[in-house]
Design a protein around this ligand. Structure first.
Ligand code: MG
Length: 260
């Protein structure tokens, strides 16, 4: 999930980052199971139910359910299909079909510390250009993470992500951004998926970020659906979303939401 945030950028201690890693490893476990469940006929409500049960079994609390007020988000996951970019509401009526693209975003809290991540998966068979969109969006996330290094600036992250998208001529979603993360899901600073190198906040050891590019197979523009949550591409083009929570350490960026 990526939205506007308020407050100051915080520096985490190693022990705090370990709690975020614990939350992140639970998310990685859940995503492994959800990925295996992706097939034509499964509903996004089915996926939400699995995630809910696994999170509870792991002793974690959802970062998403009850979030916000327009209306409060009802799911443990966001499930965004095809032209839906982010924040899709999971539903037992939303059945995945061959050729769909589904982005699953998930966040949880362990001992008061959050982790947040997202993956886009293909359902059945898709044209090569759709597969490339997915692969490139993951690569964009990885390019952003690679420069989340102490001494760099936030604009370096955005620039790296934007550069990968532009190589392919993809649209980049601008109103929704990555973010600081820690005791709150959305902390300062915002981490846009575009930027100028060498500009913006100085990155320091102990900062934690959710880095989350959203690339469109069409233009940049998006709008929020009547349900108050679902973000869609204005031109109806497909969209992909990847997100990892990372910690900036003396040894470089460390991903907390993947199995090592
Ligand atoms: Mg997020």
């Amino acid at each position: 999930m990526g939205m506007r945030s308020a407050g100051a950028a915080t520096i985490k201690r190693a022990s705090e980052i370990e709690r975020m890693r614990a939350a992140g490893q639970i998310l990685a476990d859940i995503l492994d199971v959800l990925k295996a469940e992706i097939r034509p006929g499964v509903t996004t409500g089915d996926l939400d139910r699995i995630a809910d049960r696994m999170m509870a079994d792991a002793g974690a609390v959802s970062s998403f359910r009850g979030y916000g007020s327009h209306p409060p988000f009802p799911g443990v996951i966001c499930a965004s299909v095809n032209d839906e970019v982010v924040h899709g509401i999971p539903s037992p009526r939303r059945r995945l079909a061959d050729g769909d693209l589904v982005s699953i975003d998930i966040g949880c809290i362990v001992d008061g510390w959050h982790a947040d991540c997202a993956r886009t998966w293909i359902v059945g068979d898709v044209p090569r250009e759709v597969r490339e969109l997915v692969d490139t969006t993951r690569r964009g996330m990885e390019a952003g993470i690679a420069v989340a290094v102490a001494g760099n600036r936030l604009g370096d992250i955005g620039h790296a992500i934007e550069t990968v998208a532009h190589e392919r001529g993809y649209g980049i979603v601008r109103p929704f951004v990555g973010h600081g993360i820690g005791r709150a899901m959305h902390e300062e600073p915002q981490v846009p998926n575009y930027g100028r190198p060498g500009t913006g906040l100085l990155i320091e050891t102990g900062m934690c970020f959710a880095i989350e590019p959203m690339y469109n197979l069409g233009g940049d523009d998006v709008y929020v659906d009547d349900d108050g949550w679902t973000v869609r591409t204005a031109d109806g083009a497909l969209s992909a979303h990847f997100e990892n929570t990372i910690a900036v350490t003396e040894d470089g960026p460390v991903v907390l939401t993947e199995h090592q």
